[in-house]
Design a protein around this ligand. Sequence first.
Ligand code: IMP
Length: 429
Amino acid sequence: MPVTILVGAQWGDEGKGKVTDWLAEDIHIIARYNGGDNAGHTLNIEGKTYKLHFLPSGILRDGVVSLMGGGMVIHPERLLKEMQELATQGVDVSPQRLKISTNAHVITPAHQALEKADEETRGSSKIGTTGRGIGPAYTSKFARNGIRASAMRDPEVFGEQVYKAIENANKILHNVYQAPTLNASECAAKYSREAQRLAPYLVDGWAYLNHALREGKKVLAEGGQATLLDIDHGNYPYVTSSNPTAGGALVGLGFGPRQVDRVIGVAKAFCTRVGAGPFPTEQDNDIGAVMRGDGSNPWDDFGTTTGRPRRCGWLDMVALKYAVAVNGITELALMKLDVLGRFKDIQVAVAYDADGQRLEDFPVDQDLFGSVVPIYKTFPGWQTDIMDVTRWEDLPAAAQSYVEWIEQQLEVPISLVSVGPGREQTLLR
Ligand code: IMP
């Protein structure tokens, strides 16, 4: 069967971009199914660093078509800027290689202003969003007054829709939040100009994909964000506003479940999270700082989109088993194993203590999740730099045991282990 779904198994930033790039060798179309430029992939290829936010990582592979799915939300100006930056680096971003689904939704400056105002009123219970207007754009979509990308086919009509949307949002900004309002005419004119540039990229995504599948083409459905940020399955309300889980791929792109044969989960060998919300295994201390790195390398754990230091902690098997279940993960890619070489002992949460009761199943009740104390199992560290290792057989025995133990616990194979950012720092099993 022709579709592989690639999904983040933790709180995002697991390194999906690197896995996509590796898989892309056998793939014809890479289709991103959710989110917007809240995502950020940093890819290091042949000494060059590329930063992607909206665009599927397949854009860096010759011969692969990138599709931005209907489940995405798109900000025209920021998308054009990202395309321009890649073009300057020599990447082909022509309409032959990049397609935008007509049913994707459009992010306006009003969405960003509403998000800012909303975060301010939340005080200490801020979500800690990326500030890109993602949540309000999905709110408009579900309230059935959003703007679909298809409207860009007629820049004049598109401008009128943007004008109306901004005027409506201005009432809320002014009356509810007492926040500054926006100039609707200027926004509308700017969006019209941008629509002219993006119109050649529009396709009906479902049709494009299903014709390609019928022709025997292989598709990689790439999720933004990750399982624990999913609006339905994540740590609500500390989540993003879309469905990064595998089900989101079907809805966000428009194909049936029987097309899918692989669901690849991507997890770090430890955990990171940006933004607010519960994180039981968090190490807000020297251990976390060592995991994060000092920021001197592009692959240290600082946000690609916001530059925020990521919160770091030990691997959480309760959460990872949950991710395997809710996504139907069939194999796992384990990333950043090299980072654990910095520790004498390595801890892994195997269960939670909830007020004296042992929990092995991930709790949906987020107050409960916020109060659990991890029960750890300790593994001996290998305390060596493994970034130069290129074959599984050459990994230290302690590192192999760590990976094999995770695999046995999850009951899914770990088919790829990453020990560094480069393409060659990938151990296939
Ligand atoms: P939003 O998606 O900007 O609404 O942010 C909601 C939450 O999801 C915040 O905690 C963000 O930090 C987090 N988030 C959104 N996108 C990503 C991502 O690509 N990686 C990691 N965290 C993300």
